[in-house]
Design a protein around this ligand. Structure first.
Ligand code: BGC
Length: 701
């Protein structure tokens, strides 16, 4: 398991689960007391008052806040919900690097701090619920909202989500979304994600379960799409059987906006507690009709209103103190945004060109319009703007003391680049290429430009970006490419012509200064890919951005690539540093209910750096289909040159189980052979330890 690093003595770094949960108010709820209070309150409420709890209050947000279910007459405060996954979308706020960038840091302690800061800013804006994190599994890297989510891997996703929620819930409730299987953008309102029970529980839901059970998320937002033909907003199996009955969820469910609630009685009966952003299906009239014709009962209204009031009481919502606005974009949050960006960059290629030296006489060309563009990510519901944003060009200019920098925009003549020691090309994608799909008309009516977003049909860069890189590489002595974007990009057509490549994602308000710090080596890059970069789309599953039905199975991402024996361009978990590391001396001990794995990590290079140790499990001799390997633990460690640290990971037996729907068996720990593999990417796993389970006991083999 992966938790905030916690030095236990000089040389062992264990990953401490308790630390991550510190201050999470959701985990401190005294359920016994809340039960009594909520029943007392409900017994004094009329049916109409209960109905009023079940819907949002306005179509448009007020200062970024979406209100739901307030009732002044009886002293019930409203929820005030604020988007979203990269900061508080209410006026100006700290725009953090997008979630997928933060996931590349593989640093749960850092993600907890980011969640804490975002939660605080949402509270300072007057909000009490943050509409984040987005935790839909990245089934295909072309998904338009890939940047909002964390990973193609459910274990990685769960760890980041638990960290974010625990941080944010020091201040406000969270709302992991979109429940469930929302992983195609353009057709999201109609698409049916079809899935078998095993795949659902093993791959697409574990991170939701952990968010609810380990981090006590206060609410869950349902998805627009259908699952197996039924809209998620009226899906009794998802909203009631799984979420409440199996997982014991005590929060409320709100629908995704406008088209997330498709019916009145079906949705209410299925367990959709709040229609957002306002009552279209949950109007007094429609609810009354459904009560009159027997489709709805007053008990179910009571039941759902109870879910809503439960959290209001548990969180003492009426007494929540609004922090001073001065916390918004405060120095601490700005430097946290920079740290998050620095930790997120993934160095993918480096032929002796990085880090750069800030020496007198060195001449650097910075090339490409994106170098001076504010590129924070998409402009859908997660769009956050800051009062100031550091672009790559500004960051580099502010950094240098001795070197010389000249800027060339994308249309310039590049003949002169040969005069420079190195060219840094900033290339990639913007909100036009990918993101939440905002139809052109809506953007125009809101005064925006022709933003589109949506899914990417192809993973290659747009033609202009590709030819920019090619032209610069031809004309330059050395070429460094910084790639902006929210997911995997196909680079095979031009990679060989450049000397270095670093994925910088959408790096947030401090992106430029973080880029300078990493390019000049003040900080070594330490990010690892949270999504496999294929050589070409042929290596991946079929991808149709207009599909109305998509079949899900156990294979996607690195699971699919490994199963089919495809060698990707860059595997999941891969990333270089300015130094080198070795792993050795793996020791594995069996404890009750878990394994304790200790491995020595040494920095064998000449500069300080951080490495992410990754644990994958192979299950051999199984009687059911198993994917080749799955991530089940990770930990990140900072090391000085020459330094060795032992790091300890915990692997719980429960994470070795598979889901068996036949005969209602559920989670099964199968008697077979398990191989624990340790390394620094999903394709570089030098250490291993094999264990056999005979149904009762474990033996090393
Ligand atoms: C998005 C949600 C978002 C909501 C409110 C929807 O379109 O799918 O993620 O929280 O809008 O802005």
């Amino acid at each position: 398991m992966s938790w905030q690093s916690q030095p236990t003595n000089k040389s062992v770094l264990a990953f401490n689960k308790n630390k991550i949960h510190e201050g999470n108010k959701g985990l401190a709820i005294d359920h016994g007391k809340v039960e009594v209070k909520v029943d007392e309150l409900l017994s004094s409420m009329t049916l109409q008052q209960k109905i009023n709890q079940l819907r949002g209050l306005q179509v448009q947000p007020i200062d970024g806040l979406y209100y739901a279910g307030g009732d002044d007459e009886i002293g019930i405060p409203p929820f005030k919900m604020v988007d979203g996954p990269r900061g508080a979308r209410a006026g100006k706020a700290t725009a953090f690097p997008v979630a997928i960038a933060r996931a590349a840091s593989f640093d749960v302690g850092l993600e907890r701090r980011v969640g804490f800061a975002m939660g605080l800013e949402v509270a300072a804006k007057g909000g009490n619920v943050i509409l984040a994190p987005t935790i839909n599994l990245l089934r295909h890297p072309g998904w338009g909202r890939a940047q909002e989510t964390y990973s193609e891997d459910p274990f990685h996703m769960g760890a980041m989500s638990v960290a974010f929620i625990s941080g944010a819930q020091n201040h406000v409730l969270t709302s992991p979304k979109h429940f469930a299987l929302n992983n195609l953008e353009i057709t999201r309102f109609e698409l049916s994600a079809n899935i078998d029970e095993r795949t659902l529980h093993e791959v697409y839901l574990p991170h939701f379960k952990r968010s609810v059970q380990e981090a006590a998320a206060g609410s869950v937002m349902s998805a627009y799409n259908k699952v197996n033909g039924v809209y998620c907003g009226e899906h009794p199996v998802l909203l009631t059987d799984i979420l409440r009955d199996d997982w014991g969820f005590k929060g409320f469910v709100e629908s995704d906006w406008f088209l997330g609630t498709r019916s009145t009685a079906e949705a209410i009966n299925a367990g959709m507690d709040i229609e957002m952003p306002a009552g279209f299906r949950y109007t007094d009239e429609k609810i009354q009709d459904a009560l009159d014709n027997g489709e709805l009962s007053s008990e179910i209204i009571h039941h759902n209103a109870r879910h809503v009031l439960y959290q209001k009481i548990a969180w003492n919502l009426g007494e929540m103190v609004t922090p001073d606005e001065a916390v918004v974009e405060c120095e601490e949050h700005i430097s946290l945004a920079r740290e998050a960006a620095e930790s997120s960059f993934v160095l993918l290629k480096n032929d002796n060109v990085l880090p750069l030296q800030d020496d007198a006489g060195i001449r650097i060309a910075v090339v490409g319009d994106l170098a001076e563009t504010i590129n924070l990510g998409d402009r859908g519901s997660s769009f956050v703007t800051s009062s100031k944003v550091s672009t790559p060009l500004q960051g580099l200019r502010a950094y240098i003391k001795n070197a010389e920098i000249e800027f060339f925009n994308s249309g310039d003549d590049f003949q002169g680049l040969a005069k420079f020691d190195v060219s840094i090309v900033v290339a990639g994608l913007t909100y036009i290429d990918e993101g939440e799909f905002i139809p052109t008309q809506q953007q125009e009516s809101e005064g925006g430009d022709l933003a589109r977003g949506g899914d990417r049909e192809f993973l290659a860069l747009p033609e202009l970006q590709r030819s920019l890189i090619e032209k610069v590489a031809k004309a330059s002595n050395k070429t460094v490419v910084l790639l902006e974007g929210g997911s995997a990009i196909q680079v095979s057509d031009w990679l060989a012509s450049v000397d270095a490549l670093m994925m910088v994602w959408y790096p947030g308000r401090e992106g430029g200064s973080a880029i300078a710090n990493v390019l000049f080596g003040d900080v070594a890059p330490s990010g690892k890919l949270p999504v496999s970069f294929p050589l070409s789309m042929n290596q991946l599953m079929e991808w149709d951005v207009h599909a109305l039905e998509v079949n899900h199975d156990l294979l996607h991402g690195y699971r699919y690539l490994d199963h089919h024996g495809h060698e990707p361009q860059f595997p999941y978990g891969f990333g270089l540093s300015y130094t080198t590391f070795t792993l050795d001396a793996l020791q594995v001990e069996k404890d009750s209910g878990s394994f304790r794995l200790v491995v020595s990590v040494t920095n064998t290079g000449t500069v300080a750096g951080a490495e992410v140790v990754q644990l994958y499990v192979e299950c051999l001799e199984s009687n059911v289909f198993r994917v080749p390997r799955e991530l089940k633990g990770f930990g990140k460690v900072n090391l000085e040159p020459g330094e060795t640290i032992d790091i300890e990971l915990e692997l719980v037996d429960a994470d070795l189980k598979y889901f068996e729907p036949a005969n209602n068996k559920g989670w099964v720990l199968e008697a077979c052979r398990y191989n624990f593999q340790i390394g620094t990417s999903s394709r570089d796993l030098p250490l291993s330890s094999s264990w056999k389970f005979d149904g009762e006991d474990w033996q090393p083999i």
